[in-house]
Design a protein. Structure first.
Length: 219
């Protein structure tokens, strides 16, 4: 059976704004629905383990409610407890919290690199590609160097008023690592596939990014 891991942030503070953040529920729930519909076994992992902080929850969204009812959010494992050989893909869900902890989550990045180097798929949506900023392969190169990617754009960050709150601008950092960043209009659906690397621009792109991940796994 194909097994996919959805990775979630454990960071809950939106800089020094006093506001809370976390993983954006739709960006985990919609991919979870796509993967389960495809017959995959879906697991969760978070940076710190336990219950990850939730952001953007829509109580009236049936997909989100189904996701929350089906998964065990209280007891997510950390990457060090997992074996890369058990997974065919890892999907980094977004949410602003990822910008603070994904880039330095060494065990999680190593898990993703191991999955990729075994022929698996690495996918990420919205701010989830913050995990790709420091994701190196075993030869020391950045996974995204020379690759086509999407991710939350500078214009979108400005549109939500958080340009000066986030620790870095995602699109700029992806480009600095050698990636070719493709920006669509603000909050338009945009997914970019480059071999076994699949990335999406924003929350609106979560479902398509997951569907493209399924295609990459079928490869």
């Amino acid at each position: 059976m194909t097994r996919v891991l959805i990775a979630l942030t454990s960071h809950s503070e939106l800089g020094d704004t006093g506001r809370k953040t976390g993983f954006y529920v739709s960006e985990a729930a919609e991919p979870w629905a796509v993967f389960t519909e495809a017959g995959y076994e879906v697991g969760l992992v978070s940076v710190a383990g336990g219950r990850p902080p939730v952001d953007g929850l829509d109580e009236n969204d049936p997909v989100q409610q189904k996701f929350l009812a089906a998964v065990d959010l209280e007891h997510t494992p950390v990457a060090a407890e997992l074996d890369a050989t058990a997974y065919d893909a890892i999907f980094f869900a977004g949410g602003h919290g990822t910008m603070w902890d994904f880039p330095s989550a060494d065990d999680l990045l190593k898990l993703a690199a191991d999955i990729y180097e075994r022929g698996g798929v690495v996918a990420a949506v919205c701010h989830g590609p913050s995990a790709l900023v420091n994701l190196k392969l075993s030869d020391g190169t950045y996974l995204i160097d020379g690759k086509n990617v999407a991710g939350f754009t500078n214009a979108e960050e400005a549109a939500v008023g958080l340009t000066d709150v986030v620790p870095f601008l995602l699109a700029d950092e992806l480009t600095a690592r050698g990636a070719i960043h493709h920006a669509a209009d603000n909050f338009a659906v945009q997914t970019v596939s480059d071999g076994r690397l699949v990335t999406g621009q924003n929350p609106q792109s979560a479902q398509l990014t997951a569907e493209t991940t399924v295609k990459a796994l079928a490869g």
